[in-house]
Design a protein around this ligand. Structure first.
Ligand code: RUG
Length: 818
């Protein structure tokens, strides 16, 4: 039953923390505050981490391992101390050691700022994947950007979202290590010179107008059991010395400063977009910067073992492109191989197309990246030539497949011939990769059927599926210690490594004692969350109520406003009939909106306005409460998820590629109310139709309804309750003295055409909520359903996803580190 053997016992841990308090921080036990204890505890753990890192790197080098290089513009790591302690098996020893020192570990953990170098699902997925890669002892490096400011901190003022800068390293970050010995220099702008060799061959030389330095910061990634410690390498931009001195010597001190600022701006901020195109020159430079640094790093490491012999490159290196954000790596590798290594085009292209694989995370047209040709031409003049050459050769393949079909060429071309010529990064990624995957079964089917059907025809088998997953170490073991302890007793303590073992809980689902234990844990987690809610918002919620949680980025397709319409309907029913029969419910939201996304911010404002009104209305308060928790982030998710009774996964069918919050909530025993979208479909398959509340239109029904001319007014006029709640938004009931403050939502739902079909799904959604309410009344039945959710989530461990990548795409072998 025992978990991992701790690598330090209590006494050793205590001694190490005190040593660091004295000699790393220059303070002592009497003076230290929680922040100092956090730093000293982290330093004690970092000693274990660095030892593991050194051994891992040596082992990988000695074995000349093939490795995956995971390129991602986002890594949403959250906090690392608790995770690293769990992975080394020292959490309990540390807790006891600190207790003896009069220090509470929970308070110490709260000192750590979240590493929020990502927006949402995509960035958190990357973090789960590097956790699993290390746990499965696979040689891997994550590559990304060392943003000075991660995702903005959200404050709510008078109901509105206010964005504040995030400063995650203001007081130093105990985990990261700067590696000046591996600095790279990255060219930008300038022009391309064409040279003709004696044998008539053409040589291209890029004369950049600017060089920036890429400084690597390594964050060690500790696998569960602590054997393998891989690295997440994040690039920070700095002005290159030689460039500054040139300008400076020419008398341009101010200009030199300007160049400094420009260079440092590259890694300054994470673009706060999720699924919308930033459309900024700086964003393209960010993408190129981290890809170019990473490729140079990959090639440096390869050359250390293989010199200039490129023949083994494809055996040693696989590069996963996390979305199209790193797609510029494809022409960059071609540039290196053709212009610098002087390989012929075909050999270079053969290498490229055996090295890159691409993950698509969305079908939303606005999220499929395109860059103006003119912008790439200006920033990366050689790359635009290479992109044209790739395209030219690709279009002759299209000509062979569909002779004379110019419409087909226009559709598949990397270049979109619009008023403003654009480079389609999705097409470039598919053409330059040997494998392309979607992130859930239905999503991958839609990628094949709707997004890239012609590519599927040209290259059958290239498009595939890897359903997303989540690390059970962070998302159950660490965040829900009470449930974890209960599970340990039933199925043994090794489920964090073998999540399918949770099926062993199923046979206890009808056992009344186990049901009581399971629900007791849920209740204690709800009490803890209620305390957090009160601390953050001042709202006292009833812990007897159903905790109904929707946590994710704010987007129309995720339909937080559908949830809100239903809350309004419940409120109205309660006002009309004070005896309206419903189990008390607390609706809890957490969501950030992209700062420029007006309607998303209006929805946040509406949720807060409605919450304020309802929470202050004593007529309904024993039945209905609404909470919007500010600054939703990984560490807040870790507190909310264990306390959820209900998980809202209500996107319009076909719009959510996968979702991963759906997996985390269900794993922690929440019941899903959801559409047949993304991974909800696979969750339903696993937990069974009786243990999930499915509602709404299917993907095909959505398509049919849209094709037949969807008119939201049809639903508005047919459903008096729906009409009443929508009209309510137009009054000043929720925003006294400010009529019209919530009208933008009504407008988008009616005159705006309701693009995400909230009205079409409303009745079915409300009905599913009634079923859910009825089910909750039978506590034994509910407990059984909750247990079966936890029991059947084995498929969704990120270890399984990584294993799928390894077997079907990367062809990697583990390398055990002793
Ligand atoms: O919206 C998707 C989620 O459905 C998915 O679970 C997640 C990880 O695959 O990626 C999200 N996503 C997609 N974030 N950004 C994009 C488009 O760039």
């Amino acid at each position: 039953m025992a978990g991992l053997t701790p690598s330090l016992n209590k006494a050793e841990f205590k001694a190490s923390v005190i040593r660091h308090l004295h000699s790393t921080l220059g303070t002592d036990e009497n003076k230290a505050n929680n922040h100092a204890w956090w730093k000293a505890t982290s330093a004690a753990v970092q000693e274990l981490v660095l030892e593991g890192l050194r051994k891992t790197q040596k082992t990988h080098y000695m074995n000349d391992t093939r490795a995956v290089h995971y390129l991602s513009a986002e890594f949403l790591m959250g906090r690392l101390l608790s995770n690293n302690m769990h992975n080394f098996g020292v959490f309990t020893e540390a807790e006891k050691a600190l207790k003896e020192l009069g220090v509470n570990l929970t308070d110490v953990l709260e000192e750590e700022p979240d590493m929020a170098l990502g927006n949402g699902g995509l960035g958190r997925l990357a973090a789960c994947y590097i956790d699993s890669l290390a746990t499965l002892e696979l040689p891997a490096i994550g590559y990304g950007l060392h943003y000075e400011h991660g995702l903005f901190r959200q404050e709510i003022q008078n109901g509105e979202q206010i964005e504040r800068p995030d400063s995650w390293r203001d007081y130093g970050n105990p985990w990261e290590i700067c590696r000046p010995e591996s600095i790279q220099e990255i060219p930008l702008y300038g022009y391309v010179e064409t040279k003709y060799g004696a044998n008539g061959g053409i040589q291209k030389e890029w004369h950049p107008a600017m060089i920036v330095k890429g400084v690597p910061w390594d964050i060690p990634v500790v696998g569960y059991s602590g054997n393998t410690v891989n690295v997440l390498r994040l690039w920070q931009s700095e002005a290159s010395d030689y460039f500054n001195w040139d300008v400076f010597n020419a008398g341009g001190y101010v200009d030199a400063q300007r160049e400094n600022v420009q260079a440092e701006t590259i890694s300054k901020v994470l673009y706060p977009n999720d699924e919308t195109e930033a459309g900024k020159e700086l964003r393209l430079i960010q993408q190129y910067f981290f890809c170019a640094c990473s490729l140079k790093d990959i090639i440096r490491r390869y050359k250390r073992a293989h010199g200039d012999d490129w023949s083994r490159f494809v055996d040693q290196v696989v590069i996963q492109l996390n979305d199209t954000h790193p797609a510029i790596a494809i022409p960059e590798l071609m540039r290196i191989l053709v212009d610098r290594a002087e390989l012929d085009w075909d050999s270079a292209w053969s290498i490229c197309t055996q090295v890159f694989a691409y993950t698509n995370h969305t079908l939303l047209p606005e999220a499929l990246e395109k860059w103006p040709v003119r912008m790439i031409e200006k920033i990366l003049p050689r790359h635009i030539e290479i992109i044209y050459e790739i395209n030219h050769r690709f279009l002759s393949e299209v000509e062979k497949t569909w002779p004379g079909d110019n419409a087909m060429k226009a559709k598949l071309s990397i270049i979109e011939e619009a008023d403003e010529k654009m480079v389609r990064m999705g097409n470039l990624s598919v053409i330059g990769s040997f494998a392309v995957n979607g992130v859930a079964q239905i999503h991958s089917e839609l990628v094949k059927k709707n997004l890239f059907p012609e590519f599927e025809e040209m290259w059958p088998g290239k498009l595939t599926n890897v359903t997303n997953g989540i690390t059970p170490r962070r998302w159950l073991k660490a965040c829900n210690p009470k449930l974890s302890a209960l599970i340990d007793k039933k199925v043994g303590a090794d489920w964090p490594l073998h999540l399918n073992k949770l099926t062993g809980l199923a046979k206890h689902a009808n056992n009344k004692t186990f049901q009581k234990q399971f629900m007791k844990v849920k209740q204690e987690n709800k009490i803890a969350l209620a305390q957090e809610i009160e601390a953050l918002t001042g709202i006292k919620v009833s812990t007897k109520a159903i905790f109904d949680i929707q946590i994710k980025r704010l987007h129309e397709y995720k339909r937080q406003h559908l949830n809100l319409l239903h809350i309004l309907a419940l409120y109205r029913r309660l006002l009309e009939n004070p005896d309206y029969d419903m189990h008390p419910r607390v609706f809890i939201f957490g969501a950030k909106a992209a700062p420029g996304y007006k309607l998303a911010k209006d929805i946040i404002y509406a949720i807060n306005a409605v919450a304020e009104k309802i929470n202050a209305d004593s007529r309904v308060n024993n039945k209905l409460q609404v909470v919007f928790l500010p600054n939703y982030r990984v560490s807040l998710a870790e507190k909310m998820i264990p306390a959820a009774d209900v998980s809202e996964q209500i996107s319009t069918a076909g719009k959510e590629a996968s979702g991963t919050g759906n997996m985390k909530l269900s794993l922690n025993g929440a019941l899903t109310i959801g559409t047949l979208d993304g991974a909800n479909i696979e969750i339903a398959e696993e937990v069974g139709d009786d243990n999930i509340f499915i509602f709404g239109l299917t993907v095909d029904e959505v398509a049919d309804l849209k094709a037949s001319g969807y008119n939201p007014y049809d639903y508005y006029y047919q459903n008096p309750e729906l009409k009443a709640v929508i009209d309510w938004l137009d009054t000043d009931y929720f925003t006294p003295g400010k009529p019209g403050a919530l009208s933008s939502i009504k407008h988008s739902l009616l005159d705006g055409g309701d693009p995400y079909l909230c009205l079409a799904d409303f009745a079915s959604y409300a009905d599913a909520h009634s079923r859910l309410d009825a089910a909750y009344r039978d506590q034994q039945e509910w407990a059984k359903m909750a247990i079966l959710n936890t029991a059947h989530m084995g498929k969704f461990t990120s270890d399984r996803s990584i294993q799928d990548y390894v077997e079907n795409i990367w062809k990697l072998a583990p390398c055990s580190v002793k």
